[in-house]
Write a protein that binds this ligand. Structure first.
Ligand code: SRM
Ligand code: SF4
Length: 568
């Protein structure tokens, strides 16, 4: 789809002005953090994102508080950036302690292999960010119009391929941080650079206004696309020949966010633009970022992602521009290899005599809730067995580096704490994602994380009635169309429309190579399983050998699928 860039695209949006005038992301943050006001200004709110934090308010209590004449209950979400989701047991334990000291006693594993805290008070923001940095992790550039956490295959297999992917993800992440020292001055007590006065450090990569929008990079290899690489602005798929890295497929313009009833916004998977040798990677990544920086829409933030640049300019022009940035001809794209998504939960040999245990974490929320004391269990396992966690883009945790004789006690410990292990769950439960939505997300139109379990239970029951309980199907639930749980990239997507109602998407594939399509626009939460049931019946009766549910829906198309629902 080619949508011409409107003339207004030349008039920068308010956020562009804030960024350009922020003196390298400083703005008035220092003064505002020092003040007693509970709410920060809009400009500071936008700049704080670049430092890894969002001001939010408790949406559950907002109306009652307003009626009582009280301020909203403001607090901050803090996002920790960790390329490939890898951290040590000691780092995890320090973050776990922070959950009590500064946050709401939970840790939230994210769909980009990060960890978030919710409920951090403004008065604790500096101390909590400093505490993250003491663990040698950072919140810098975890959000904002810059390159975010770089995702890659989480499997802690001890071989050259996995070591290479992780090293590359880490190197890219470090190389692409903003040059500004604002973060260090504001949160880590680095002395302000007086010589700069009110100017800022040069940002050779990003420029003074940073990027028009967030920029996401994923690095996968064909046997593991659990990160849904094609949903990234820049998707890199490494091709290996045995242990030898041959190069990268480079695809541009993935991104899922859209706005209901605004067809000019849409989810999109990345388009292959080139296949490059390993040594060309850094220059290529920088060229893709420069393309977004220079050609992205700075007037309309709803159309500012790289995906719209790709569609607005067209592939030929995009390739020509990349060649200009590289000052070299751009090698042609090659057909993308088939992508697969392996099972990472349960026990797996790492290849070095040790094991990892993949533990399912519903909605990525590590908490002690009723009989399920997951947070306590993980803390004890990290302390007693030194398991180094890896966060997956499926919101789960892989406990790595466990000795063979730790297997039985670790499993017993989890069971004693009421934690369901992968073997206890249906495939659907193992592959369900839900975004945080209410009460913390300011953009949520309805619930996601808090309705995950009841929705899952009714859908599982419907699958059982058609002999499909063991079918590997992915379900993604989001509280709004932004797609944080990648709701358009799996077999079934439920996308919040308004309180209690979802749009139903089907027809994506399990491997993340095809987007789903909307089947029903406004479905009550209580009717979700009933709407899916005729599709499950048709799938059980009419699937082709080996065909997945998403593939079946794709083959039949929306009209035929709606016919099943109507005939029921
Ligand atoms: Fe997201 C905004 C949570 C992954 C697309 N996302 C938000 C905010 C910050 C809401 C806001 O802007 O006020 C949410 C905070 C909620 C809260 O209370 O914590 C939020 N996004 C999340 C997380 C925590 C969801 C999760 O279940 O884990 C993920 C954090 C990842 C991380 O560690 O960095 C998260 N967000 C994603 C993904 C998935 C991915 O990247 O693999 C997407 C879809 C891919 C994409 O980027 O298009 C995604 N988030 C968005 C968008 C839509 C952007 C767009 O192009 O339109 C927004 C809204 C925005 O940026 O204006 C958004
Ligand atoms: Fe919030 Fe929407 Fe993202 Fe869910 S999908 S976390 S509701 S922005």
């Amino acid at each position: 789809m080619t949508v011409p860039i409107a003339a207004s695209a030349r008039r920068p949006s308010a956020v562009e002005v804030v960024k350009s005038e922020s003196h390298g992301l400083r703005g008035t943050i220092a003064e505002e953090l020092a003040s007693d006001a509970v709410e920060v200004s809009e400009a500071a709110y936008n700049l704080l994102k670049f430092h890894g934090t969002y001001e939010q308010y408790d949406r559950d209590t907002a109306t009652a508080r307003k009626q009582a004449g009280a301020d909203k209950a403001y607090s901050f979400m803090l996002r920790v950036r960790m390329p490939g989701g890898v951290l040590t047991a000691a780092q995890y334990l320090a973050l776990d302690a922070m959950a009590d000291e500064y946050a709401n006693a939970t840790l939230r594993l994210t769909t980009r292999q990060g960890i978030q805290f919710h409920g951090v008070l403004k008065s604790d923001l500096r101390a909590s960010i400093a505490a993250v940095n003491r663990t040698l992790l950072t919140t810098q550039a975890a959000c904002g119009d810059v390159v975010r956490n770089v995702t890659t295959t989480p499997a802690p297999r001890r071989d050259a391929l996995h070591a290479g992917l992780l090293d590359t993800a880490r190197a890219l992440s470090a190389d692409l941080l903003p040059a500004s020292r604002a973060y260090h001055e504001l949160f880590l007590d680095e002395a302000a650079q007086a010589a700069l006065g009110r100017s800022a450090e040069p940002e050779p990569l990003y420029g003074p206004a940073y990027l028009p929008r967030k920029f996401k990079i994923g690095l996968a290899h064909p046997a593991d696309n659990s990160i849904d690489v094609l949903t990234n602005d820049l998707a890199l798929i490494a091709e290996y020949d045995g242990a030898v890295l041959r190069g990268y497929h480079v695809a541009l313009g993935g991104g899922l966010g859209m706005t209901h009833n605004r067809p000019a916004t849409y989810p999109r998977l990345a388009t292959p633009v080139s296949f490059i040798p390993p040594e060309a990677l850094t220059a290529m990544v920088r060229a893709a970022i420069a393309l977004h920086r220079d050609c992205g829409n700075r007037a309309d933030r709803k159309r500012a992602r790289l995906k719209y640049v790709i569609d607005d300019l067209g592939l030929e022009m995009v390739r020509a521009k990349l060649a200009d940035y590289l000052a070299a001809p751009l090698p042609p794209a090659r057909p993308l290899p088939a992508l697969a998504v392996p099972e990472m939960l349960g026990w797996h040999a790492q290849g070095d005599g040790r094991f990892w245990l993949g533990v399912p974490v519903p909605s990525g929320r590590i908490a002690d809730t009723g009989a399920m004391r997951l947070r306590s269990a993980l803390r004890t396992i990290m302390t007693r067995f030194g398991a180094d966690p890896v966060i997956t883009a499926q919101q789960d945790v892989l406990l790595s580096n466990l000795a063979p004789d730790a297997r039985a006690p670790v499993e017993a410990l989890l069971r004693d704490h009421g934690v369901a292990l992968a073997a206890d769950l249906t495939p659907l439960a193992r592959w369900t994602l839900a975004c945080p939505a209410l009460p913390t997300c300011g953009l949520a139109l309805t619930e996601a994380e808090r309705v995950r379990d009841p929705l899952l239970a009714t859908i599982e029951a419907a699958l059982r009635r058609h002999g499909l309980a063991d079918e590997r199907i992915s379900l993604r639930i989001t509280g709004c169309p932004n797609g944080c749980a990648r709701s358009y990239a799996g077999d079934i997507g439920l996308v919040g429309r308004m309180p209690g109602f979802y749009a139903l998407y089907v027809g994506g594939d399990f491997a993340g190579t095809r987007l789903s399509f909307p089947l029903l626009e406004k479905l009550a939460e209580r009717d979700v399983a009933a709407a899916l049931e005729p599709l499950f019946a048709a799938f059980a009766a009419g699937r082709e050998p080996g065909e997945g549910f998403g593939d079946f829906c794709h083959r039949l198309g929306a009209e035929a699928l709606r016919g099943f629902s109507a005939a029921d």
